[in-house]
Design a protein around this ligand. Structure first.
Ligand code: AGP
Length: 607
């Protein structure tokens, strides 16, 4: 997920606008930034690693000549954050400038062909193959638009591409497949961006660009054509009523709610990770004597669920230890025969980094699952799996939990292929089931969000909650309780339902809310017993159940219903969603800002 902006106007410098537009897109990525303009048949560029303000302070992004330009703020998916990996990228002669958002799956093959033709590359990104391919096409006589059209026929993957060239300095060309681009228009000026906030202060007149379309922007005109047959598309302008702040959140009131809604897409992107990224890690796991998950907070809840995924698909049952206490429990027994799977969305959590360094010093192999390319954990790990959630702005982890579970599911299946604990048929069915999860989550959000809002109005002032689950759902119960307490400040405890009668049930009195996470898996019969125990002591039962579960529906005061057909190993991905929504609406009903909960930071970089 990156931020793209481009503009062409009749006169005056565009650089100051591009700089401010990138600031409004910073929530889409912030590990490097760049601007290129055209003036007097030359490209002028300022770009570097770092947040926009840091790079501006160093280079002065406003000071570039020209009334046509493109800009980009990066969220790295290939190639670490650095000057040479920052966009825009160029052809060999620096006559063509390109910015891109997405993932080009076949970039290695394209890069090899270009290198054989004598092209020289300045970065390790997938993006850089695009300007070099355009260069070849234009050398053969194509216009910039025709060149880009031909290039899109040879790249595989998702992209939003915006390009300009000193050969045709009076236009910007853009096209998309799976990643967003919107066009803005006002008298004498045309804009194109990843998202509306970039140009909203300048115009609220927007034109949608759809997948498989290519647009030519000049100062006076926007021409949209179909890539497939070149036919011209007449598309009406849409008037945007949002404020710039609302637009940054996609019209949602808070980033957290936007990020809950982004979860299906984030999973889909993570399911596109190339298999070879998992195979090496899976071999390391299979060869290890002992396997430990190390993580904190929500990432620890991913680890708790990951244990069941691995147990089911590979026969390997990793341990999970809180990273903050790992060195205390190991008494230096960790060795080169052991393997650590570190889960950390930020890649910077000091507890996790410290314990991983300790394990590495003792010779253990390190696998990292993180959402941030170039983060500290990636520089320690032997193998890194980069999840594809894009930047998560809300302090409470939602979509990053989801992509961690999606990555763990894939890693466990790849490990199962090596251990042969299951048949390939079994593992294939697991993978097929996993592919169905994103759409089921979309349904859950669509159907259950209103119920979450309604229950928040009933329970917002309850001082204490129990979240209970069995088996893999213990992780979901823990996560639901964490979400509630960290953004709505109602006390909440996640517990094993089996454990609840060994103490926590003493909390229960008439009207006490107990939330059960109860998919129809092997624990279902026992969880019914737990529900009845709580109910008989006056608890109010809120349950998250499978849609066909009439037994638990009858026993519950309120129930969130989850579509059937989700394998129990992946049930946390679906069953946690109503709890995320419930905690969000509880926080709002209590008048708190879900994006900025008190006392918390997005990344805990202290021991
Ligand atoms: C989760 O909502 C919290 N923000 C927190 O528990 C977080 O999961 C924890 O600090 C771990 O962060 P990490 O994944 O970046 O390591």
């Amino acid at each position: 997920m990156c931020g793209i902006i481009a503009v062409i106007q009749k006169k005056g410098q565009v650089a100051p606008f591009l700089h401010q537009a990138l600031k409004r897109l910073e929530y889409r990525g912030y590990d490097s930034v760049g601007i290129t303009t055209i003036s007097e048949d030359q490209l002028f560029t300022k770009k570097d690693k770092g947040k926009i303000d840091e790079v501006h302070k160093k280079l002065n992004l406003d000071n570039l000549p020209g009334s046509i330009g493109i800009g980009h703020t990066r969220w790295a998916t290939h190639g670490i954050p650095s000057l040479y990996n920052s966009h825009p990228h160029f052809d060999c002669y620096e006559k063509i400038a390109v910015v891109h958002n997405g993932v080009i799956d076949n970039f290695l093959e394209l890069r090899k062909k270009l290198l054989k033709k004598g092209h020289t590359f300045g970065s390790e990104t997938d993006t850089e193959v695009i300007p070099h391919m355009i260069e070849d096409e234009m050398k053969s006589g194509s216009s910039l638009k025709e060149a880009i059209k031909n290039v899109t026929e040879r790249i595989e993957g998702t992209y939003a591409i915006v390009a300009m060239s000193i050969h045709e300095p009076d236009k910007i060309i853009c096209t998309r497949n799976g990643n967003p681009l919107v066009i803005g228009k006002k008298e004498g000026t045309s804009y194109v961006s990843s998202d509306i906030p970039a140009f909203l202060p300048m115009t609220n007149s927007m034109i949608l660009l759809l997948d498989g379309e290519i647009a030519t922007l000049t100062t006076d005109d926007v021409r949209i054509e179909k890539l497939s047959d070149g036919s011209v598309i007449e598309r009406d302008t849409i008037k945007i009523s949002w404020t710039a702040s609302q637009a940054q959140k996609g019209g949602f009131p808070h980033f957290m709610l936007k990020e809950i809604h982004e979860q299906p897409d984030a999973i889909k992107q993570t399911l596109r990770i190339r298999p070879e990224m998992f195979v090496k890690a899976a071999n390391t796991i299979q060869e290890a004597n002992r396997v430990y998950f190390l993580a904190m907070g929500t990432s620890g809840h991913s680890a708790m669920a990951g244990r069941y995924m691995f147990a089911s698909s590979s026969g390997i049952v990793p341990s999970f230890e809180l990273a903050s206490d790992f060195t205390d429990i190991m008494y230096d027994s960790i060795s080169e025969d052991d393997c650590i799977i570190a889960i950390t969305q930020s890649g910077e959590t000091t507890d996790t980094i410290t314990s991983v360094k300790y394990a590495k010093e003792h010779g253990a192999k390190i696998i990292a699952i993180t959402n941030v390319v170039g983060s500290s954990i990636t520089r320690i790990a032997d193998h890194t799996i980069i999840t594809q959630a894009g930047p998560e702005i809300g302090v409470a982890a939602t979509k990053t939990l989801m992509v961690q579970l999606a990555a763990l599911a894939q890693l466990s299946i790849h490990t199962g292929q090596i251990t042969e604990f299951r048949t390939n048929e079994f593992l294939m069915r697991m993978r097929e089931n996993l592919e169905e999860v994103p759409d089921k989550i979309s349904n859950i959000i669509a159907i259950e969000e209103e119920k979450a809002r309604r229950l928040a109005r009933i329970y917002y002032n309850k001082p204490s909650f129990l979240f209970l689950g069995r088996g893999i759902s213990i992780s979901t119960a823990f996560e639901g309780a964490l979400k509630l307490k960290e953004i709505s400040y109602n006390h909440a405890e996640g517990y094993s339902a089996g454990e609840s009668k060994h103490g926590p049930i003493a909390l229960v009195e008439k009207g006490y809310p107990v939330i059960f996470v109860a998919p129809k898996d092997s624990t279902h019969g026992r969880i019914i017993g737990n529900v009845m125990e709580m109910k008989s002591r006056g608890a109010e039962i809120i349950s998250v159940i499978e849609e066909s579960d009439s037994d638990l529906l009858e026993l519950s005061d309120h129930a969130f219903q989850i579509p059937s057909g989700i394998r129990h190993e992946f049930s946390p991905m679906a069953y946690v969603v109503p709890l995320q929504l419930f905690s969000y609406y509880m926080a709002r009903r209590n008048g708190y800002d879900p994006d900025k909960p008190r006392n918390l930071a997005k990344s805990v970089t202290v021991l």
